[in-house]
Every structure is written in C-alpha cells, then in structure tokens.
Design a protein around this ligand. Structure first.
Ligand code: 5GP
Length: 183
C-alpha cells in the first residue's frame, strides 16, 4: 500500500495528540451531560474509535450513512440518508463526528435535518477541514486540522474504498487516480 503514497501530510502521532486534546475539551464541555456521538459512515469510524476513548464521560454512539447526490468529486448539498440513527435524539446533546469538511454542503444539510428533531444541543467535530473549498459557512466547534486543497486518504478516509487503514493522513501519487479528476 505504501508505494501508492506520495507524502504523509499528518503523521499518526500528531493525529493522536490532537484527538486526545479534543477529547479532553469535549470532556470539559459536556461534564454532567451524556453526549451522543453521531458518527458519519464510513470515513469517521476510525476517529470515532479513538476520540471516544479520550472522552472521560459516559457517552453513547450512533451511526448515520449518507450519500451526497452529485458528481464523484463535488457534492451537490442534497443528501440522501442511507442509514438513519437508531436513537431518538430529541432532548439529547448530539455531537456529529465527521472525517472531513470540504464544501460544507453535506454537513450543513445534515445539521438542518438533525436540528428538526429537536436535540438539546448539536455541535460538530471534524478531524479535517479544507477551508479554501468552503461554499457554505459552517461552525465546527471541534476541529483537528486544516488541510490544503488536496485529496487525502488514510485514518478512515478512502479512495474508491481503499486506504482507510493507513495510520497516517496521506496524499496519493497522481498516477493512482488515472485522470479521474481528483487532482
Ligand atoms: P462536502 O459536502 O463538505 O463537500 O463533502 C464532505 C465529504 O466529501 C466528506 O465526508 C468526504 O466523504 C468527502 N471528501 C471531501 N474531501 C475529501 C478528501 O480529500 N478525501 C476523501 N477521502 N474524502 C473527501
């Protein structure tokens, strides 16, 4: 797998340090609450697993699988829910756990749809953000890293289903994409 990697953007030790720090902040902010971490499948599963172990509070998890209508590389902002939450979030303190925010369209749609269910609070955790690509304002309370406008993989993020198990956040060699518009 490593031969496909052009460079490591964020090494795993740095990711762990940041996720631990954010877990500590969440622990402080949600003291005496029982937050529900909503993991957006599939890219956020790895960070969810690490993050929840750095949260020193009773907390619960749930999962949502969504797909964005649009071309392979740009989302349209209209999101289809492929798998909905099991939990009723009315009156719950909900924290969405996302891997990366690009245009922001997916999360802003999702946020609106979850707010309609009347949670007690709704905040966003995102491991990565590409601010240069943003098309809608979206407030991210807990942000790991800002990254440049490059297609990244690893630590849960995929390209065509692969590379999620890389421990670092990486950029792939251009030839891997074979001109499909990702770079
Ligand atoms: P947005 O609606 O913010 O444009 O799209 C966010 C989603 O696009 C992310 O949840 C992720 O699935 C995908 N995405 C955006 N940029 C990247 C990237 O650099 N690498 C990977 N693997 N997925 C990305």
């Amino acid at each position: 797998m490593m031969p496909d990697v052009e460079k490591i953007l964020i090494p795993s030790e740095e990711i762990q340090q940041k996720v631990r720090e954010l877990g500590g902040r969440i622990t402080e902010d949600y003291r005496d609450k029982n937050p529900l971490l909503v993991c957006i499948l599939r890219g956020a599963v790895i960070v969810l697993g690490d993050l929840m172990r750095y949260i020193d509070l009773p907390c619960e998890i749930d999962f949502m699988d969504i797909s964005s209508y649009g071309t392979g590389t740009s989302s349209s902002g209209v999101v289809r829910i492929l798998k909905d939450l099991e939990e009723n979030i009315t009156g719950r303190h909900v924290l969405i756990v996302e891997d990366i925010i690009d245009t922001g369209l997916t999360l802003s749609y999702l946020k609106r749809s979850l707010l309609a269910r009347n949670p007690a609070s709704l905040e966003i955790f995102a491991l990565l953000s590409k601010p240069s690509r943003r098309r809608v304002e979206i407030e991210v309370k807990y942000l790991g890293f800002e990254v440049p406008d490059e297609f990244v993989v690893g630590y849960g993020l995929d390209y065509a289903g692969a590379y999620r198990n890389l421990p670092d956040i990486c950029v792939l060699k251009p030839e891997v994409f074979q001109g499909d518009g990702k770079r």
